[in-house]
Structure formats: structure tokens, C-alpha cells
Design a protein around this ligand. Sequence first.
Ligand SMILES: C[S@@+](CC[C@H](N)C(=O)[O-])C[C@H]1O[C@@H](n2cnc3c(N)ncnc32)[C@H](O)[C@@H]1O
Length: 375
Amino acid sequence: MNPSADFGQTLLNILMVNEGNLPRRFLGEELFPKLLARTLTLPPKIPGHLELLNEINSETTERERLLLYNFLAQVWSGTGDVLEIGPFLGGTTRAMALGMRQNPQRDLGARLYTYDKFEKYYSSEQLLSALDHLFQKGIVPEEAKDRIRKSDNFLEIFQLLHKDQEYYPIIRPRVGVLPSTKDEVGELERVFALDKGQEFEIIFVDGCKGWYPTKYFMQTVAPHTKPGTYFIFQDYGWYTCFWIAAFVNIMSRYFNFITSVDDIYVFKLEKDLAAPEIDVVFPDTAQELGAGFFDALFAGLSERALELEDMNGYFRHQLHRVSSLAYLGVKPEALRILRELFDFPYFKSRENYVAAINSALRVPAYTPEGNVRFH
Ligand SMILES: C[S@@+](CC[C@H](N)C(=O)[O-])C[C@H]1O[C@@H](n2cnc3c(N)ncnc32)[C@H](O)[C@@H]1O
């Protein structure tokens, strides 16, 4: 028995009363998301689950995977299907699927559909090196090495990593590629598409690595959502993916902020998401909105974060501002904001912020053509 974990569980139950609406009204925008984040990052009670959550290489933090695990175990209603874009080897897929299995309300027919291009992400060499610890433990058989040397496709590795787990029957891996630009849409053989009639209660987004892919994904999933659908955006807080924060805030009438853990931000859909409206307000390229738009958008979001005493939110939106300006070629202004951020004593004295600033100094943005640099 762990009294502190039990207290966390009780608090989570209270926070989710009336789908969180009442507690949120009472606690307000500042407290509710923070308390929820705290309770949703408690370690699993089931022995062995924490180890499983940390076994597969993942580009998420442990806290982010705990959020996914607990969200599916305790916030998901247990009935609607779940969608993931961008599982890579499935560290995040595992977190969600394990969580689904722990949910006492789980409908046995509910599935986790996970889409990826399943190739051209890591080279064969990088894949072999990333999987080294799993070969050594015998989790991936040695025979797989030859196939990886011949191809960077990782669908089979994904299957090998999950096939012996109890949650495997829940997951449905699918090949689906998000086009980088509008011109690419008609050219792709396995463009991302969903089956007619599919509806999702939770959508975890970790594969929208560009402006247009984000638009294409959101337009495609829109008819498969309904008010109440949760969107969990892995990259919302990551500066180079400023398009995610731009999308959510351009469409802010639709999205209600629920909580955040590290780079993950969770939103609940408030009303029917209409694909045609996305087309009107979110153009095919960031260039069509122009640097002034992003400067004002992210400056406004930073100010709002400060009002809520959310230093982390302030920092992230300032970096979004830097990245969007650098993306659009307004580099001197982007560099000026970055330097100003570095002079802020609060950030200067904290390692994680200094590391993020240094990373943005090296690569402030990336475009479909490659990395942007200041010099
Ligand atoms: C950051 S990784 C995901 C990491 C994973 N969620 C984890 O456990 O940490 C991004 C994934 O998105 C996929 N991806 C990137 N661009 C894509 C595209 N245009 N279409 C489909 N998948 C894409 C990559 O293949 C990769 O698996």
C-alpha cells in the first residue's frame, strides 16, 4: 500500500467528476491542469508495467508515457477507438495499449489504430544501433538484423516488439503516409486515409512533422471525431513543431485545454470539427499567413501564459515565435528574441531551458527542404 499514490488516485477521481468540468470551474485555468498532470503521471500500480513502459526506445519522456498510460487507464471511457499517428517502434503505442487493458470500463472490441509511414525515418544503420539493447536481451531476434540491413522499413520490427504482449490483440498497425506538400497528395502510394464510419475518442498525434502534414492529418481525421474527442499532441510544446500550436490556436474555438506534461498538451474537442473550415483558416503553407501573424500569435500566447504564472508555457511559446520567424526567413528578429530569452534570469539558471535555447541556436526551425540555421 502506498498512501501517497492512493491519495493521488482519489484526487484524480475527484478531478474527473462531471468529465472534469465542475472541478475545472472551481479550480480555474491555473490549478486544474497542473493537478491533473500530477495525478496522471503517477507510476503504474501493476508490477512490471513501469519496466515495460521504459523498455522500447521512445522519443517521449517517461512522464509523457505515464500520462498516456494513465489517461487510457482512467480517463478514456473504454468504448471508443483510439488513433495514433507516428508510433515509430511503439513506445507510445505500448503506453496506451497497456493503459487500455487496465481500464475497467474497456469494451473488448475497442482498438488502437496506429499509423506510420514505417520507413525512411531511421537509416538501417541507425535502426540497428537503436535496437542494440533489444537484440542483446533477445527481445528482437538476431535474424532480424539481415532484414534491417536490406531495408529501413520498421513495420516488421514494430510487430516483433509487440507480438508477445498481452495487449497485442488491441493494436492495429497500419501504413499511412502524410504528404509533405499539397502537390504530393496525388503522388503517394499509401497516403494516410481512414475507413468510412470509423470514429475516435482519443487521437494521439506524434507524426505531424510539418505544416502541410498537420493540415492534411487534421482534415482527414475531422469527420472521424465528435465533441468530446481528446487530442493529445506530442509536439505541441516542441519549438520546431510550431505548426501544432498554431493549428490549435487558430482553431481555438474548437479546442479546450485540459492538461500538459513536458511537450505533450491535451485538448478536448468542444464542437464538430469541420474539414472545410480548416481549409479556409489554415492555409497550405505558413508563408501565406506571414511572419507578422506568427509574431503576434505567439507573443499573445506567451503573455497569456505569464498571466497564468506558467513560466514553462511562456518559454515554449517564445520558442515557437523564434522558430516560426526563422522558418519564414526573419532570422535577425528570431535571434533577438532568443537572446532576450537567454537573458531572463529564470531561464538562464535552469539547465533544461538553457539546453533548449542552445538547441534553437543550432537549429531554430526545419522546413520540407531541411534544417534552417542562423549562420
Ligand atoms: C518522433 S517519432 C515517434 C516516436 C514515438 N511516438 C515514440 O514512442 O516516441 C515520429 C514518427 O512519425 C513518423 N512520421 C514522420 N513523418 C511522417 C509522415 N509524413 N507520414 C507518416 N508518418 C510519419 C515517423 O516514421 C516516426 O515513426
